[in-house]
Design a protein around this ligand. Structure first.
Ligand code: IMP
Ligand code: MG
Length: 210
């Protein structure tokens, strides 16, 4: 059973940055807070619960997609571990990592690199599904190993106009087609050190453009 999603509508104004704390070096670079850190963590707990209801007595291999998925993956695994500890079930959790790279500035590119990851996965923890291109390429790669069961969890799914939109088994939020940063999501490697998921402004885009 795929868990339900929180849908953030196109006209959601977000939260003013003044209501939260965030690193000083980004003071001029952001528009607003789309999802505060606390809500991300709370929603992730709920995804973990859904996953544990579906997983049965199978052991879990988590394949974390770096770099953008590292915060989500770490929080998700912590919640899963807590649920296992507090249950009567004996389920082991292993973690492996792959690194994918496909974006130039805020644009998805065709050439995708997959680096690392030697184990098979049953569950992949991902930051965001934009066009879905990256996820499909990764799944094609994993399918070769014929895993018993594979489930995809992504914190965010973007409403893009792409016809080949990919839907993961579990996702936290459906968001408008905006370029977002924070909670390990980057713009040219910047903003991973921001806790909240925010919308970058034109100043930020210009400043960190490559
Ligand atoms: P897709 O191939 O368009 O689905 O893009 C997937 C990958 O691109 C994600 O794993 C992210 O690393 C990156 N990405 C897509 N949209 C965003 C965004 O809004 N902010 C930061 N990274 C993004
Ligand atoms: Mg990136």
């Amino acid at each position: 059973m795929a868990s339900q999603s929180c849908i953030i509508s196109d006209d959601w104004p977000g939260y003013s940055l003044d209501l939260f704390t965030y690193p000083q070096h980004y003071y001029e670079d952001l528009d607003y807070v789309l999802i505060p850190h606390g809500i991300i963590v709370d929603r992730t707990e709920c995804l973990a619960k859904g996953i544990m209801q579906d997983i049965g007595d199978n052991n879990i291999v988590v394949l974390c997609v770096l770099k953008g998925g590292y915060k989500f993956c770490a929080d998700l695994v912590e919640h899963i571990k807590t649920l296992i500890r507090n249950s009567e079930r004996s389920i082991s959790v292993k973690v492996d990592f792959v690194r994918l790279k496909s974006y130039h500035n805020d644009q998805s590119t065709q050439d995708m690199q997959i680096i690392g990851g030697d184990d098979l996965s049953k569950l992949t923890g991902k930051d965001i599904i934009g066009t879905g291109r990256t996820m499909k390429a990764l799944l094609n790669n994993i399918d070769k190993y014929k895993p018993k069961m594979i489930k995809v969890a992504s914190l965010l799914v973007k409403r893009t106009s792409q016809p080949d939109g990919y839907r993961p088994d579990y996702y936290g939020f459906e968001i408008p087609n905006l370029f977002v940063v924070g909670y390990a999501l980057d713009y040219n490697e910047h903003f991973r050190d921001l806790n909240h998921i925010c919308v970058i402004n034109d100043n930020g885009k210009g400043k960190y453009e490559v």
